[in-house]
Design a protein around this ligand. Structure first.
Ligand code: ZN
Length: 453
């Protein structure tokens, strides 16, 4: 890293402090993120983790010559089996469709793909190899066709999350079972019913537990020790604690992940998102009437470690900000390669301080709107670092309204017809409706034109 580059500092969940980031190999920074369990559309809480990863990896790529970013796909899981059964659909069809939808949704909001996207079902042999090592070293045991990790045999268990094995009982995806030596022991392998996915193993036909897949895939693609492991704070315990226990018991002199990054949760209208509260939003729900870039910007309003409250007002604010930024950029070409302004880079290097970076961008927009072309170029470059402002201003103002151009033209035609038949109430309703969506109509002698408010 050149001397002129600011030092990246990142909060590390393991040490519970914000520390300078120092890669194990500055020539290849290695990052692992837990990806989706593919049985349903991704929701905006999932998206927050994926966007946090995206801005982190974009920043690392800016600072270092090479980054290897691995994000797995969990395509074997009890929830997948249950959903496929409920849908009356083959498991492969469900997972293939969900993966396609996931990729489409992330691409829409400008999340770049990982370098490697391993699927759990393609790495069962690697998982079996790790489980065999754990049994051989006395960290795991077989019981009634299951293989369990013995938490009591790893004295450091709980050090990552600061929690105790007893807390496992309250954790997700853990069942109390008679074959466990300790209630906190977790499943590495379990028997599979004939009609469910299964693989031959030294312990009979079965399927892996959830945690072991990330230990196997991170090891395969990033080695025994790598730089950053990330995910939503809901994964810290037990999932990441268990991954770390497995990996450090397999490779006793490794660090597994050197640095742990966890993003805080997302609320919707101040409440935890849940289907029962009726505030559950998939990415698609939001994109049905909102420009994707506004959703992306909204998720950057809060620094990743702060709880983010998703509201319609927040989305509107994001749209207004983008209107302002695109006005400031004007006709500057989208593919410019101007340097990222120091103050924006410094904000991002301060533990991904996106609110501060956006405040700096507003400052650049002020100067750009006053005619400063260099500030406009800086704003465009800052946008590139954050995955924003990637389209031309013209495209944004034409399409960014979240309404389809063809739909606007057809509503204008319908309004004209309504006026001709003297249905002024209908004509006015169309005008009011479009105005509410940010589209203003202007009638002239030659016809009606529209523009973005
Ligand atoms: Zn994982």
């Amino acid at each position: 890293m050149p001397d002129s580059m600011p030092q990246l500092t990142l909060h590390d969940s393991s040490s519970r402090s914000t520390v300078p980031f120092a890669p194990l190999d500055p020539g290849n920074v290695r990052v692992y993120y837990c990806g989706p369990t593919v049985y349903d559309l991704a929701h905006i809480g999932n998206l927050r983790a994926m966007i946090t990863a995206d801005i982190l990896v974009r920043l690392l790529r800016h600072l270092y010559p090479r980054v290897t970013y691995v994000r797995n796909i969990t395509d074997v899981d009890d929830k997948i089996n249950a959903r496929a059964r409920a849908n009356g659909e083959p498991i492969d069809a469900l997972t293939a469709r969900t993966i396609r939808d996931f990729h489409d949704d992330l691409a829409a909001v400008g999340v770049l793909p990982p370098d490697v996207e391993p699927r759990a079902t393609h790495h069962v042999a690697e998982m079996i190899a790790l489980i065999e090592r754990l049994i051989a070293s006395g960290h795991a045991y077989e019981a009634q066709g299951h293989v369990l990790f013995a938490v009591a045999h790893f004295p450091d268990y709980g050090a990552l999350s600061g929690r105790s094995p007893d807390d496992l009982l309250a954790g997700a995806r853990v069942e109390v079972a008679p074959y466990k030596r300790d209630a906190g022991d977790f499943v590495l392998w379990k028997p599979s019913e004939p009609d469910l996915p299964g693989w031959e193993s030294p312990w009979g036909r079965g399927r892996p537990g959830w945690h072991i897949e990330c230990s196997a895939m991170s090891h395969r693609y990033l080695g025994e020790s790598f730089d950053i492991h990330g995910g939503g704070s809901d994964l810290l315990f037990p999932h990441h604690e268990n991954e770390r226990a497995q990996s450090q018991c397999c490779f006793p002199h490794s660090r597994f992940a050197n640095h742990w990054v966890h993003n805080a949760m997302l609320l919707v209208n101040g409440e935890k998102m849940s289907k029962s509260l009726g505030n559950f939003l998939t990415i698609r729900d939001v994109l049905s009437d909102t420009p994707a870039e506004a959703l992306r910007l909204l998720l950057l309003h809060a620094q990743y470690r702060s709880v983010l409250n998703f509201t319609r007002a927040g989305l509107d604010e994001a749209k207004q900000t983008l209107n302002r930024f695109y006005r400031a950029i004007g006709d500057l070409p989208a593919d410019s390669t101007d340097p990222v302004p120091d103050e924006v880079l410094a904000a991002m290097c301060d533990d991904l301080n996106t609110p501060r970076a956006l405040a700096e961008m507003h400052g650049l927009a002020d100067r750009a709107l006053a005619g400063d072309r260099a500030a406009a170029a800086g704003l465009r470059a800052a946008g590139r670092l954050l995955g924003l402002l990637g389209q031309s201003a013209d495209t944004w103002f034409r399409a960014g309204a979240g309404v389809d151009e063809a739909e606007i033209e057809s509503l204008i035609a319908e309004r004209l017809a309504a006026r001709k038949s003297r249905d002024f109430a209908r004509a006015d309703a169309i005008r009011t409706d479009l105005a509410a969506r940010g589209i203003l109509l202007e009638d002239s002698a030659t016809g009606t034109i529209w523009r973005r408010a």
